[in-house]
Design a protein around this ligand. Sequence first.
Ligand SMILES: CC(C)(COP(=O)(O)OP(=O)(O)OC[C@H]1O[C@@H](n2cnc3c(N)ncnc32)[C@H](O)[C@@H]1OP(=O)(O)O)[C@@H](O)C(=O)NCCC(=O)NCCSC(=O)C[C@@](O)(CC(=O)O)C(=O)O
Ligand SMILES: [Mg+2]
Length: 297
Amino acid sequence: MKKHRTWLFAPGNHPRTMEKAMKTQTDIVIYDLEDAVPLDEKEQAREIVREHLQEKHIDKAPYKLLRVNESTSPFFTQDVIAGARGNVDGIVLPKSDHPEHIKDVDQQLAALEQELGYEVGKIQLFPLIESALGVHNSYEIAKASPRVTRLSFGAIDYTSDIQTKLSESGEELLYAQSQLVNSSYAAGIEGPIDTVYADFQNEEGLLRETQRGSRLGFKGKMIIHPKQIEVVHNVYTPGDEEVEEAKEIVNAYQQANEQGDGAIQLNGKMIDVPVVKSAQQTLDLVEALKETDDTKA
Ligand SMILES: CC(C)(COP(=O)(O)OP(=O)(O)OC[C@H]1O[C@@H](n2cnc3c(N)ncnc32)[C@H](O)[C@@H]1OP(=O)(O)O)[C@@H](O)C(=O)NCCC(=O)NCCSC(=O)C[C@@](O)(CC(=O)O)C(=O)O
Ligand SMILES: [Mg+2]
């Protein structure tokens, strides 16, 4: 199964940026119809994205998602239809606050999939949690439909909703971020995707913020500029030392098991079942990332 670390936004009203985005090494492209597109260009942007998705070479593009406008907007239904007809892999639902809303979209998509002759359930859903209510309801949102594959976090809208400001240290985000990690795993889905880092010229700041998200349990990051791909990939790809250590743990434990030992010591540290499980997760991730990278041009 492929794993996705970078989720690159490309504004839906900029065909050139969309075209460039799909040629980068990003794991996912998110065509945006929401906040990157001004109100008076919404219909036009949808048409531009529709045309882009019809181009022949699009099949070679990375995993494709469409961020639609929020469910209360007049654009929402037509945006979802454009995504389904454009055969995107999934839909990013901004400002997801209520599980009922996810269930409604699930049904709408099921009808569209039947009409289009797709397998029902094919189009995935990625709720973007960016409010106090969304954080509060995140577990129910994650459980609302089997289409919900990952939760994602929007810190700019979130800090505005809780009436504070984004800081360098990000302490104001800790509760919400940890809640999303916990809700995701409690609901049985993969770890969530962290918020964008808007200061795209600041590589040091991006690295610090990405490492922090990874330590909290995020499994990827939304990005706004191709410059940010490498830093995020480096953080979310296990390093050589980590991989060697994981192999050593798995091998040592296998040998110990054959000799009837359940807990052993390796390099002065105890190795038992959960330690081996974590090492195996690292090795599985490496394999999955190879699969992701092999499909890129
Ligand atoms: C920021 C900027 C305008 C800067 O552009 P500039 O052109 O000035 O930058 P340059 O460095 O000069 O670009 C050098 C070359 O790279 C190309 N290039 C740049 N960006 C590229 C890209 N994304 N994909 C492919 N190519 C790209 C460019 O075309 C140029 O190519 P070329 O002309 O050939 O030299 C641009 O990146 C951009 O539009 N980003 C996406 C913005 C967006 O989608 N925002 C909405 C999503 S976030 C959001 O909504 C989060 C949240 O939901 C979360 C929350 O709540 O927290 C919220 O609410 O906030
Ligand atoms: Mg937002």
